[in-house]
Design a protein. Structure first.
Length: 101
């Protein structure tokens, strides 16, 4: 697990869990009290329920060398028209879905 403080008003943390994405998402959204108990509330008022409003997607495209000869050219996927573009498209698609709901 890693944890960093980027600014005085935010904290970022990442962890890898050995369960399918659906299970991790369901745990975080449907059983959040098991993750962060209500008694850990730092607010002056009680929390009725916690509703995540954002999700962070951290992507790691591994084992590029498994693509075979010329795999080195795939290292550019971390730039411009590679994964940054695909993740922008992903964000746009989730926003479209949210607007329809």
């Amino acid at each position: 697990m890693s944890s960093t403080s980027q600014a005085a008003t935010s904290v970022q943390a990442d962890i890898v869990v050995d369960v399918p994405q659906e299970n991790a998402f369901r745990m975080f959204t449907e059983r959040f009290d098991e993750v962060k108990p209500r008694e850990h509330n730092l607010l002056a008022v009680p929390i009725e329920r916690t509703v995540p409003e954002r999700a962070r997607v951290a992507l790691e495209h591994r084992y590029l060398d498994r693509h075979g000869a010329g795999w080195e050219s795939f290292t550019s996927l971390g730039e411009g028209s590679g994964w940054p573009l695909y993740l922008d498209r992903f964000r746009d698609a989730t926003q479209r879905d949210a607007a329809r709901a």
